[in-house]
Design a protein around this ligand. Sequence first.
Ligand code: AMP
Ligand code: GLY
Length: 427
Amino acid sequence: MKILVVGGGGREHALCWKLAQSPKVQKIFCAPGNPGISAIAECVNIKDSDLEALVDFAQDKGVDLVVPGPELPLVMGIADLCAERGIPVFGPRKYAAQLEGSKAFAREFMDRHGIPSAEFAAFTDLDAALKHLETVPLPTVVKADGLAAGKGVAVCETREAAQDFVRELMQDKKFGDSGACVLVEECLGGEETSILAIADGKTFTLLTPAQDHKRVWDEDKGPNTGGMGAYSPVSLVDAEMIQEISEHIIQPVVRGMEQEGCPFTGVIYAGLMITYKGPHVLEFNVRFGDPEAQAVLPLVNGDLATMLLAAARGELATVDVPPADKAAMCVVMAAGGYPGDYENGKVIYGLKNAETVEGVVVFHAGTAFNEKKEIVTSGGRVLGVTAVGDNLPAAHHRAYEAVSRIQWDGVQHRKDIGKRELDRIVK
Ligand code: AMP
Ligand code: GLY
């Protein structure tokens, strides 16, 4: 089997790494890829938004499966283009990708199909939004409708902060058209968790629950980021809750998309708040989470390439995947200054040494080769240092041992990834 993975971050490295373990895979292309990925796949210099070039390439090379990593190509319609050309693709079509591409679409879809989520109101008129904010209970949550690279949401403690954010979105157009429509949502309390399901249009398989760490500093302080680390599984999400999430959240998405004429193939990623009234959806994504993928994919007890191809063909029921029986942790190492300004081009030391720690794999997110062929930083989130162990304490120990062996000028990482879960399971 020949596979084209689209993207070039830690998630795509984890995907290529897991796919490469399949005896059925002869060749992996990755566009654009990164230095870590180049050790296991052929990197192709095509941007993730250049759909025509990506699909032409897949056709030229006789690719058997396209696996888009990020949301952008999916929201732009890469799956529709692959389908037109008869190339199997593991990802939803444009209509279904609106679950991530438009928060208003997602909210209305959830209402149509009875999926539990926060109360909300949507606005395309600035004055109406500002007026609504005069009376909502605080704190309140303001969201840009469209894609905003994870920066389009603000949890606001005061009316002024909420109104300022609405002005930034609608008046100053901070995220362009993504803020033309704004949602104001009830603020839910509880613990967050990410549930990823692989769907084939009719059925689905759940992967192990994961928890991301969105804030940049320890104890969930500082600004939001793309995610500073993740672990899986999450004991808070026990067997009973998994059943509830399957029945009341994932199944209704699969059934709802089928009813609306666009069966969902790909990853249904439900960002959940586990409230005292049970799990509620904060957002849907239509692709693997990053860094969640880096913790969840190493735990998949089966052949990922077979699973994804079967899903793309609507035949997931033919694949038997034994449940995961280990735990994983991914610690993101980031450039100093991230998520604000940071410098690229810092030489990274200790990568090989880190990978000699048992159970460890270092996924590359923002790296590049310099002219001396050294691996240097090239992005905010630089590495995802991931460890698998028999349980979370073991994975935690291995991951941080590996992290301690890696250095560059200005490196930062959180020291408390998985702490909530470690406290929970040690008690
Ligand atoms: P989203 O991109 O919609 O997941 O929002 C980003 C982050 O904002 C989430 O991970 C939560 O921490 C927070 N958030 C979003 N919606 C809500 C909500 N309704 N109540 C509380 N926190 C929220
Ligand atoms: N880790 C959050 C995301 O992938 O959207």
